[in-house]
Structure formats: structure tokens, C-alpha cells
Design a protein around this ligand. Structure first.
Ligand code: ATP
Ligand code: MG
Length: 390
């Protein structure tokens, strides 16, 4: 028997094993277990048991645990489970209680972690199913059943739940499984979604926000922080680097052609972010660009901006429509914050007719009269670091 406290609620967590290859598996499971501990807090007991994760939380924390489990990347689905002895009568009785009021077809799906049990999984399914049919008359349907009873045999006990107790998780990989990224976060709709998508694939995000204070207000910074608070509920607390860009922008304004202004601001953002990434040992920069969304996001301009840095730049939203990004922002919980008014730092001294097709060479020439390194160093020297999300 797995030792548990009396007043505990039990959950079983499943992950997509197909995503796991050979030796990585153990590492993935341990990382996922750690992320579950981080999400659920000290009162939770998280155990790795032969390809499953069993979680025990105090009974009065059940609802909270449910909400938190639904936000842990790497969780394919989870279920509240009840324990029974390895006894078909007891298991069927438990399943009937869990399906109280059900009408329609059903099926039983069994799995055995303990291969020494004196029956096979199909035999257990048939025995339990027959008892449920005898008690209710519900028809058995193997494909497309209205309800499913799940039985997982573990050592000398069974964990029982039904499709009613099964909740989907977000999928993906546990945060940290894919290293670290530096996310350029503007306070707008797109960048939080880009960060969320990277975190879902196992990258731990570190954020950088650029503001033009005192030329614009600090609203964009406050919004960015509020968005990261929401994102932290998914990926845990994160660092936010706050960088003043006004000095860079004043120089660009004074010494470069107007039509390239926005693109030059962006090149500086990337350069500064690349330096932060080096300090953080991060493997990539992440931006919320979507192809063709605005003038700075044409293929030519994305290419010309990116040429300012060597580091990999990832754009997880590049193929998405704005309506899709908005729907995702709503699901994540950042949308309501993102649409609050703000003065974008790039709207400061925005060109009237921005270049829609630039080349790296054009932008290099446009920067010829700037001391690029000195401007980057100065911005970095004025940078502040904060921790967001507890
Ligand atoms: P978002 O909704 O993320 O602001 P957007 O559609 O408004 O995106 P832009 O303003 O062109 O597009 O910004 C494109 C990307 O550049 C952003 O997603 C973000 O990654 C980065 N970026 C823009 N402004 C800033 C900023 N002030 N600080 C940090 N990153 C920024
Ligand atoms: Mg923006």
C-alpha cells in the first residue's frame, strides 16, 4: 500500500510518453514531479510510481490543487482517484458510486503496474464491466462510450476514477526541460502569448521590457509586470529586466533617417536582449512578431532587424492570425491586462511612413553615425532587475 494521510485527496497525473525518448524519460519525470511540487506547495506529496505520478493533497485543498494542476506544463491530463483493494466487487462498487446518475453506454479500461497480479488487464475489465452491467443494465461500448471507468492496479491496490474525474492539462514539457529564453515583452497582446508558448515547450522565460520614460509613461512597464504575474501562475516566478530606451531613441532620432527609426529601435532591443541572454545563459531570444502584422514584421524587416544579433530569435506566433492570438491570450488570462491603454515605447517619435522593406545593409548605414556599443552599454548600465510572481 502507498502510505497516505487519512484526510487526503489523491490525484493521478499522466503525461504523453510518446514525447519521451529512452534515457530522457527519467529526467523528464523527475522534472515534472518537481514542477508539480512547485505548483502545489509544501503540503502536497508528489510520488513517482512506475510511469505514473500520484499526488496527495489535504482534502480541503482539493479545488485549489485542481486549478493548479491544470496549469502545469507536461501534464497531459490528471484525475481525482479513489483507492480500492484488488477486489473486483469493491472496484465495481466504487465505479458505480462515481458514475451515480449516469445514463448511456460505458466501458472499463484497466492498466497494471504490478504485472504479478493473477489476472490480465482485459480479464479485469471484463469482470468489473460484468458487475456494472448486472447492477445497471448500461450497455458496454468499446469505442465512443458515454462514460469510461479507469482502473490502475498499483502493487496491492487499485486506483479508480471515471471520465468524469479526468481533466486535461496543458500538455507540453515541464518548464526547464528545454533551457532558458529571453522574452522581449512589450505589455501588448502578443508577447505574453509568445512567452506562454515557449514555456509550454519547456523553456524557462526571463523577460526584458524596454520603456521610453520620461518620453512615455511607465504604464507599459506596469502592464508587463501584471502580465508576467499571470504567466507566473503557469511557469513560476520569473526575472524581469527593465531597460530604459530613451537614450538610444534620442540618438537614433538625431542621427538616422526617419523611415528606419522603428527598425533601429528594434535592433537595439535585440542587441541589449542578447547581452542579457549571455548573462543568463539563455539559448534564444523570443519575440511576439507575426508575419505581416505591422510594417516592422514583414520578412524583409524581420530579417534586417535580426541581423543585428547572432543569437537565435524565435517567433512562436509567426504563423498565427491576430484573432487566434487573442483567443489564446484570453485562455491564458493575459488579454484583459494587455488591452489596457499604454503608450508603446516605439510609438515615441514614430515615423510617418515607416520602411516596409529594408535590408541589413540599409540599417547598418542608418546606424553609421551612432556609437552602437556605447549606447548598448549605457542602456545596460541603467537596467534594473525585478522578480515577478512571488
Ligand atoms: P505586442 O502585442 O507583443 O506588443 P505588437 O503586435 O504590438 O506585439 P510590435 O509592437 O511591433 O508588435 O512588437 C513586436 C515584438 O517586439 C513584441 O511582440 C515584442 O516581442 C517586441 N517588443 C516591442 N516593443 C517592446 C518593448 N517595449 N519591450 C520589449 N519588447 C518589445
Ligand atoms: Mg506592441
Amino acid at each position: 500500500m502507498v502510505e497516505t494521510r487519512k484526510e487526503a485527496a489523491l490525484f493521478v497525473v499522466h503525461y504523453h510518453e510518446i514525447a519521451l525518448k529512452g534515457r530522457n524519460r527519467r529526467h523528464f519525470e523527475q522534472l515534472l514531479a518537481q514542477r508539480l511540487r512547485d505548483a502545489l506547495g509544501r503540503e502536497a506529496v508528489v510520488r513517482l510510481l512506475h510511469g505514473r505520478i500520484l499526488i496527495e493533497v489535504p482534502a480541503d485543498r482539493e479545488e485549489e490543487a485542481r486549478e493548479r494542476l491544470a496549469r502545469v506544463f507536461g501534464v497531459a491530463y490528471f484525475a481525482r482517484v479513489w483507492r480500492a483493494p484488488v477486489d473486483m466487487e469493491a472496484i465495481a462498487g466504487l465505479a458505480l458510486a462515481l458514475l451515480a446518475g449516469h445514463q448511456g453506454s460505458f466501458r472499463v479500461s484497466a492498466r497494471r503496474a504490478n504485472k504479478r497480479l493473477p489476472f490480465t488487464s482485459p480479464e479485469a475489465e471484463r469482470e468489473i464491466g460484468a458487475r456494472i452491467v448486472a447492477a445497471t443494465g448500461w450497455p458496454v461500448r468499446l469505442k465512443g462510450a458515454d462514460a469510461e471507468v479507469f482502473v490502475e492496479f498499483y502493487e496491492n491496490e487499485a486506483w479508480v476514477y471515471t471520465s468524469r474525474q479526468r481533466t486535461p492539462g496543458p500538455g507540453g514539457l515541464p518548464v526547464g526541460a528545454s533551457g532558458k529564453v529571453v522574452v522581449l515583452a512589450s505589455g501588448g497582446i502578443d508577447s505574453p502569448v509568445a512567452a506562454w508558448r515557449m514555456a509550454k515547450r519547456g523553456a524557462r522565460p526571463v523577460y526584458v521590457h524596454f520603456h521610453s520614460y520620461p518620453h512615455t509613461s511607465l504604464d507599459s512597464l506596469r502592464k508587463t509586470e501584471a502580465e508576467i504575474e499571470v504567466l507566473a501562475r503557469w511557469h513560476g516566478p520569473a526575472r524581469l529586466y527593465v531597460v530604459p530606451l530613451a537614450g538610444v531613441q534620442e540618438e537614433v532620432f538625431a542621427h538616422s533617417p526617419e523611415r528606419y527609426r522603428t527598425l533601429l529601435y528594434r535592433r537595439f532591443m535585440y542587441r541589449i536582449a542578447e547581452r542579457i541572454a549571455a548573462g543568463e545563459k539563455a539559448g534564444a531570444l523570443v519575440s511576439g512578431d507575426a508575419l505581416g502584422q505591422v510594417a516592422s514584421q514583414t520578412l524583409e524587416n524581420m530579417n534586417a532587424v535580426q541581423a543585428a544579433v547572432k543569437m537565435l530569435v524565435l517567433r512562436p506566433l509567426v504563423g498565427m492570425d491576430k484573432t487566434e492570438v487573442i483567443a489564446e491570450a484570453q485562455r491564458i488570462g493575459t488579454y484583459e491586462i494587455s488591452i489596457l491603454p499604454q503608450q508603446d515605447c516605439c510609438s515615441f517619435l514614430e515615423p510617418k511612413r515607416p520602411a516596409t522593406r529594408s535590408t541589413p545593409e540599409q540599417l547598418e548605414r542608418a546606424e553609421a553615425r551612432l556609437d552602437v556599443e556605447a549606447l548598448v552599454d549605457k542602456a545596460l548600465a541603467a537596467m534594473e532587475v525585478r522578480r515577478v510572481g512571488i
